[in-house]
Write a protein that binds this ligand. Sequence first.
Ligand code: ASP
Length: 587
Amino acid sequence: MLKRTNNCGELRKKDAGKEIILNGWIDRIRDLGGIKFILLRDRYGKTQVFFDPNENNELYERAVTLGIEYTVAIKGIVKERPAEAVNSDMETGEIEILAKDLEIFSKSETPPIYVNREEDIAETTRLKYRYLDLRKERLQRNLFIRHKAMQATRKYLSENNFMEIETPYLTKSTPEGARDFVVPSRIKSGNFYALPQSPQIFKQLLMVSGFDRYFQIARCFRDEDFRADRQPEFTQIDIEASFVEMEDILNFGEGVVKAVFQETIGYIPETPFKRMTYAYATDTYGSDKPDTRYGMELKDITEYFKDNCTDFIAEVIKNGGCIKGFEVKNKASLFSRKKFDEYTDLAKSFGAAGLMWIAKDKDKAEPRSSIKKIAQKEINEIINDGIIEEDSIFFALSGERKVINKILGQLRNTVIREETEKAKGFDISWITDFPMFAWDEEENRLVAEHHPFTMPKIDEFEKYADDPLRINGQCYDLVINGYEMASGSVRIHRQDIQKKVFEMIGLSEEQINSKFGFLIEAFKYGPPPHAGMALGMDRLVAVITGEDSIKEVIAFPKTATGSDPMSDAPSVLDEKQLKELKIDVKN
Ligand code: ASP
């Protein structure tokens, strides 16, 4: 075998004259003046090779039989390219290889995906031939960055005394609250394992065992109806530590994120990361995962309307509601009446009764507005106070504060997505003080916002015992560029508090025992105070590589319906397997 002496990305002018061997795939073939040029590719780069019939006709004749994606070895001499042939777009563009020998390792049929072309290909084709798709430079780079991110994580955490410990994949339901993927047990027929939605319970047990700093780059499984860009299995950087408080975990979280950014793309985020409470984030951006790079903070303009007698406005104000909105700068000229109508329909689809809009057109004295007839005076005052600048728009809603915050947040996101140029850089913030509970309308009961092992803020837990929706938890999310990148909490290590929380979310003794009895049992034996978090590896790498979809940073992702067009999973089991498992499939 002609084994490589160099890779396809490393030869330079200084190597001219050397005899080398390269191994790789044929990326391109060109004929020029009777000479055959091929571009040889491996994961390190591309190098140009040429076969000259005047040098060796027999070798040239063999080169004529080559096709793209053939895997070959080429032995040759490194030649400095003549000045006019230097390709400054290629790292190896100063040199080329005069071929002296050729070994064809394997041939390739015409590939269903052209590796050397960036073109729109149906997702199912990409995933069916993922091994070819992965040959592309972009995906090679993405997976390399992912590898570096994992290395940086391991290095940083190991240096800080964290131990990497694996936890089971065949286990029981965990408390994240999504649907479980289950695996039937053959030996205990009729019984099922659940694949972990996270290592949550096991990592807490490891704290009981005294492994006071744990981490794992763990696969998690959640059987959700696939919303945009979710994967049924995904990877978390899972962290837990004992004898710590929230501040310590935020510190470690910042350490990991910083190390990952630095090691992958050399970017050093400023620490400490900015922080805002859940209440502030939702009131200012209408979201608990705001991208603050776009501004468009929500403003309360109720004051201007306090003397307005229009029924719906007076009604809202009387009921303690408000009028809030946000400014979209420099866009008035792009908004026709039709476009405002579309945004109004959109607001309605988000649950609003209507949408108020004001446009201050450039060089026009008269603003356009949906509330011109009922609020001329108010519009003028708002504009005079500089709340809407020249060529800008203001979108506003009236109603109950929490409700309109949420809808405004959705509208703001739409404006960001549809009307705004993609912001550069990274916007990193911690969101803290999430509510401990939420009200589940369907089940008509309180549910845990994070998970039921989250420690409430102790003073609020006592003070608002009768009004639990006012209790905040000691939990936190990390948000980067508008994505929830991590979440975690201080855990309950006191039995009395845990019992109370379970009671509040309406779990019976029996349910508690069958769900997490073993954790409660373990907590009888001296659990340390502990806290932790989990960072989404897929999303983190996607943000770092500038990809919108996490599929671009996962080697073998699934389609939106959770299937894999390459292996054809999920698929039916054969009769024998079903019989062994004592499973009858009903159609
Ligand atoms: N297990 C939690 C989750 O997956 C994270 C944590 O609290 O550590 O969301």
